[in-house]
Ligand binder design. Structure first.
Ligand code: JFZ
Length: 430
């Protein structure tokens, strides 16, 4: 597919400043937790219906078992805000399986009408988000719907033998008119402010069909942001491949959706958790390149959050608690010309934030040209000595000196106040 050159812009300051959000993948797939009739899936668990080729009539029965007794929206949102430092939440209102996690009036295949618990999960989550001032976005699978005969189904990643699905033979427009548009209308009129719709896997959608979804969303909530995966390059921001980090700063709004292990939906056998330090480094890296990090949890069927996820997010949250000034509302700087294995930079006008990931003797930054007014440790404001010099070769060089105890530490942030609005990284020359 040819990409059109356009700088994506949400026009929403809250989104540009947010930097860090919580993705929640929760649906019927959580009941299977990666295993169906003794067969385990190696693929992401929310795809199990497709991957293991489970018939619709069989999969549907899962709804009769869905019980969300451990789910507490209020606690989850408060934790995301206060302990984890997240600024927005994106919740799966309907994933590819086709099951609505809210009380839909246009499809009985939903969490209120088809399950014994009968709770409108989205209503509870939306109320909690509005109470805590948390921005709420909704994931909505607009193209793939494995429950509807006219919804698309991807032919990739199948672990079981199965004849390929002929998506061209489907009346996709009928599905769009009869399910997608009525459900989007419900979502955008029944749950208060919705700040973002996270469309996904557009597959064969035409430009007109993508536009129909966008126009509907904007007509109901003009400030609602459209994710990059609406298709046909019509999104308000760029969505990267899952867990793929752009190597360079990217102009325009963008977001990286990512997992803590190797699945979005809950999988009881996936224990390949990332270290909190890796999450912190990735978050800072994303900020240094101008993007947002949307990090996922996959609740169990009963609504509880895997303890390991909570533990990792709590640790990352501590970094944000101490160093959030160097994350939220920051912007990317120019391209620093040297490989940096010990840290990353983010910026605000007249302030450059140096996030340090390794024990260092001092922080030497060659080819950084700035009139430094002050250097201090962000977490407590203690001042640090620094030198601004020119090397014998005529390159500029700023060095922040570190007291003994700091030399042994890692995962802290130093702020440099500069006379210039933005520091200049001088390019390398011969
Ligand atoms: C999609 C979904 O299929 C998946 O279940 C999950 O919801 C994830 C967040 O999004 O998967 C994708 C979609 C696009 C890419 C990768 C995974 N991509 O462009 O690299």
């Amino acid at each position: 597919m040819k990409k059109i050159d356009r700088i994506p812009d949400t026009g929403q300051q809250w989104y540009k400043d947010a930097k860090y959000g919580l993705f929640i993948h929760w649906g019927l797939y959580a009941i299977l937790a990666g295993e169906y009739k003794g067969q385990k899936t190696d693929h992401i668990s929310e795809w199990i219906m497709n991957t293991l080729n489970i018939p619709v009539e069989e999969y549907e029965k899962l709804a009769g078992e869905f019980c969300s007794q451990q789910f507490c929206a209020d606690e989850l949102v408060r934790m995301a805000k206060e302990s984890w430092g997240m600024k927005y939440i994106v919740f799966t209102s309907k994933h590819h399986e086709g099951f609505a996690m809210y009380h839909s009036k246009c499809s009985p295949y939903n969490v209120v009408d088809a399950t014994p618990c009968g709770r409108d999960i989205l209503k509870e989550l939306a109320d909690a988000c509005h109470k805590y001032g948390m921005k709420l976005g909704l994931y909505y699978s607009q193209a793939q719907d494995w429950h509807e005969p006219d919804g698309y189904m991807a032919n990739t990643m199948m672990e079981n033998e199965k004849p390929p699905v002929d998506n061209d033979a489907k009346d996709f427009q009928r599905y769009l008119d009869n399910k997608v548009k009525p459900q989007l209308k419900e979502l955008l009129t029944g749950y208060g402010e919705i700040s973002l719709i996270w469309f996904d896997t557009p597959m064969g959608m035409t430009r007109e069909q993508s536009m129909e979804c966008i126009s509907l969303v904007k007509s109901l909530q003009p400030d609602c942001i459209i994710s990059g995966r609406i298709g046909n390059q019509l999104g308000d921001y760029m969505t990267t491949g899952d867990n793929f980090i752009p190597r360079l700063p990217f102009d325009g709004d963008w977001e990286l959706p990512a997992t803590l292990n190797d699945t979005w939906g809950y999988n009881k056998d996936d224990n390949n958790w990332k270290e909190p330090e890796q999450i912190i480094r990735t978050l800072v890296k994303i900020c240094s390149r101008g993007g947002n990090y949307l990090l996922n949890v996959g609740p169990r069927a009963d609504g509880s959050i895997p303890e390991k996820s909570v533990e990792i997010l709590n640790t990352v949250g501590q970094y944000l608690h101490e160093n959030g000034e160097g994350i939220y509302g920051t912007q990317k700087l120019g391209i620093y010309p040297y490989e940096l294995d010990w840290g990353e930079f983010t910026g605000k006008p007249h302030r450059m934030f140096i996030h340090v990931f390794k024990p260092c003797k001092g922080l030497g930054m060659m080819n950084l040209s700035a009139n430094v007014k002050k250097a201090y440790l962000l977490r407590d404001g203690s001042e640090l000595a620094y030198k601004v010099e020119e090397t014998c070769e005529g390159d500029s060089m700023v060095t922040v000196e570190l007291p003994q105890e700091l030399r042994r530490q890692a995962y802290y942030c130093v702020c440099l106040e500069t006379e210039e609005e933005w520091p200049v990284f001088e390019p390398l020359r011969g």
